[in-house]
Design a protein around this ligand. Structure first.
Ligand SMILES: [Zn+2]
Length: 243
């Protein structure tokens, strides 16, 4: 039992060190991730806008060529009207010309709408590209900061992670699960020593009888108030994060 308590406390010490390293990195990993997500979303948005712009310009060009060919047709009909032999043929050509003129009017309206759509997309693309450049610059900056912090802490982090692996294999699954559960609920601190007769986590006084039993390191006790695992001062004083 004493070994079990000691091992759990050792794990806590290792995790305290790892937590401290994470604190030094601050929110940098989160900021980097957020910027990367933003950039991906912006790129997606830009490619959609470019598609919209290209599509609108291409439809506008199609309408433009159609108008040109309709105008040519109208000219052809006009010259044909001089050669017709009767009114019926003349009227038929007039109808064709009217129809072509109507189509031209419709296409011109469409062209102007497409032009508008493409222009709006182009403005949005320009704005989006600026935003993208800014985000990319920010990302580079944050990445460099993170790399700097990581470089300084990497060795320590690896050392503690390695120690953690060595310690974890010595802990029963149920105990480890209990540890992780309390750790998660109690801001990282699952195992605390008794300090002057009180829980080292929430500072609630521990009954003298329990303090006495705790000193013998024979049972796993948890604090009645905060639920953290309690260990004796002796275990706390003789344990170290490096085993
Ligand atoms: Zn407590």
């Amino acid at each position: 039992m004493e070994n079990k308590l000691r091992t759990l406390y050792t794990l806590q010490l290792i995790d305290n060190n790892l937590d401290e390293i994470e604190d030094m990195k601050g929110d940098l990993p989160g900021e980097v991730r957020k910027l990367e997500e933003n950039i991906a979303a912006l790129q997606e948005q830009l490619s959609l806008l470019e598609e919209t712009m290209r599509g609108a310009f291409s439809l506008r060009n199609n309408a433009d060529s159609e108008i040109i060919s309709l105008r040519e047709k109208i000219e052809k009909y006009k010259s044909q009207q001089f050669q017709v032999r009767n009114n019926k043929e003349y009227d038929a050509l007039t109808r064709e010309m009217d129809q072509a003129a109507e189509t031209i009017a419709r296409l011109e309206k469409e062209m102007s709408a497409l032009e508008n759509k493409a222009t709006i997309a182009r403005t949005d693309i320009e704005t989006g590209k600026k935003e993208l450049e800014e985000s990319q610059a920010q990302l580079e900056e944050k990445k460099a900061e993170l790399a700097e912090v990581s470089k300084n802490t990497e060795e320590e982090e690896l050392k503690f992670k390695h120690e953690r692996e060595k310690v974890v294999v010595r802990i029963a699954k149920a105990d480890l699960a209990l540890y992780e559960r309390i750790r998660k609920a109690k801001n990282g601190r699952a195992v605390v020593p008794i300090k002057r007769g009180s829980c080292g986590g929430c500072y609630t006084a521990v009954p003298p009888q329990k303090v006495h039993e705790l000193k013998q390191n024979k049972r796993l006790y948890t604090c009645e108030r905060c639920g953290r695992i309690l260990v004796s001062t002796e275990i706390a004083e003789t344990s170290t994060a490096l085993v």
